[in-house]
Design a protein around this ligand. Structure first.
Ligand code: PLP
Length: 393
């Protein structure tokens, strides 16, 4: 049995491509070509060169000495926070912009909630001189002014989604509508391991550079490629998919997925999809999602904008269902404390998403000789106002 995707585009029973017929040609073109293009030596060469010189890879695997002493175990942090634009999302957008170019596309669309994926997309479009249109809910535009400004500076056009709750799902609807109307010249860059097949697999493969690097870096530092535990936070699940990718079928390595419990799993204000979710279809794939009894998607809540998503990617739904990964839900309060702790102990200000992963050490006891590799998915600059408000700094 494999925990990776099968030829039909499923992880176990999750995944697939549940899309309106009008979108079929777009998705089918991508499905037909993506593996072939990714395997081309010229693609690999250009992808790796940009990851090295533009993104700044490999990101360090840092032994966090004082954090390790506090929890009496060996903790390594994979420093995705040091990437250009401050998080792992750029690994995927670099891959997809190169894919778009090879598919002959000269126009990029994306949807964004908090704006992080919009910024990562606008960045690679500027890099390649390609037109960029980002759909964003009107409410989110008001809430995330600095990221809107960044996208504009990078040359993107930000179009407000004015329908429904005027947040992420409405922006996604607008982007899909645009793609249906522009099937020939436009590529849709999805920002996580979600959406119809082949997106979850394609995004996971672009993020897999994270676990590829962990293997060689850990071998150098510990004499083994295998940590005892891998830990990552899960919104849609792309940084986690990258962290787990090369270890999925290696069951000697334990996998921990951290979700946002918001104000508490039972509070009604949460984004803990594995606990609260039921099987359903969201953004074109069959997965676990938070929904009402009659199948309406529930508005999620988390203090962290990047984890505030009502579903998880199909890879993670399968890791949950099969028990391959242990899922832990962390509240706003516990995440914020863990984030501040990392500042004081290691001199690193983490993104609030990553702070959720860091809170695992207060919730689970590890052995002194366990090797725990935690993906520090992003840096906290974007969250400064949240930290200021929360801690009254
Ligand atoms: C977007 C984001 C996440 C959540 O997205 P995934 O697809 O689950 O990785 C996590 N951390 C940071 C820093 C982010 O920007």
């Amino acid at each position: 049995m494999s925990y990776n995707i099968n030829e039909k585009g499923y992880y176990g029973e999750f995944g697939g491509a549940y899309i309106p017929e009008m979108l079929y040609p777009n998705v089918e073109e991508l499905r037909h070509n993506y593996l072939k293009i990714m395997a081309e030596p010229s693609f690999q060469e250009e992808f790796n060169a940009l990851l090295k010189d533009y993104v700044g890879r490999p990101s360090p695997l840092y032994f966090a000495k004082r954090l390790s002493e506090k929890y009496n175990t060996k903790i390594y942090l994979k420093r995705e926070d040091l990437n250009h634009t401050g998080a792992h999302k750029i690994n995927n957008t670099i891959g997809q912009i190169l894919m778009a170019k090879r598919l002959g596309k000269n126009r990029i669309i994306a949807e964004t909630g908090a704006g992080q994926h919009g910024v990562a997309t606008a960045t690679v479009c500027a890099l390649m001189g390609i037109e960029c249109i980002v759909y964003m809910g009107e409410i989110d535009i008001a809430r995330q002014a600095p990221n809107v400004a960044r996208m504009k500076m990078l040359g993107a056009t930000v179009i407000p989604a004015l329908s429904g709750s005027r947040t992420l799902k409405d922006a996604t609807n607008e982007a899909i509508r645009d793609w249906i109307n522009n099937p020939v010249d436009t590529h849709y860059i999805i920002g996580s391991v979600v959406g119809p097949h082949p997106y979850p697999d394609m995004v996971a493969k672009f993020q897999a550079v994270v676990s590829e690097e962990i293997k060689s870096q850990l071998l150098e530092k510990e004499g083994t490629e295998d940590p005892t535990y891998l830990v990552a936070c899960v919104g849609g699940g792309s940084n986690a998919a990258g962290t787990y990718y090369h270890y999925l079928d290696n069951e000697a390595v334990n996998i921990i997925a951290v979700e946002a419990a918001g104000l508490g799993v039972d509070s009604g204000e949460s984004a803990a999809t594995s606990v609260l979710g039921k099987e359903g279809i969201i953004h074109g794939s069959k997965t676990l999602l938070m929904q009402t009894n009659d199948g309406q998607i529930t508005e999620p809540y988390s203090i962290s904008a990047g984890l505030d998503y009502p579903g998880v990617g199909p890879m993670h739904a399968n890791l949950y269902k099969t028990g391959r990964a242990e899922f832990i839900a962390i509240t706003d309060d516990d995440a914020m404390k863990a984030g501040l702790d990392l500042c004081k102990l290691e001199g690193i200000i983490p993104a609030i998403e990553s702070s959720h992963a860091l809170a695992v050490f207060e919730h689970k006891t590890f052995k002194p000789d366990d090797i725990v590799v935690l993906n520090l998915s992003g840096r906290g600059d974007k969250d400064l106002q949240n930290y200021i408000d929360y801690f009254k700094l």
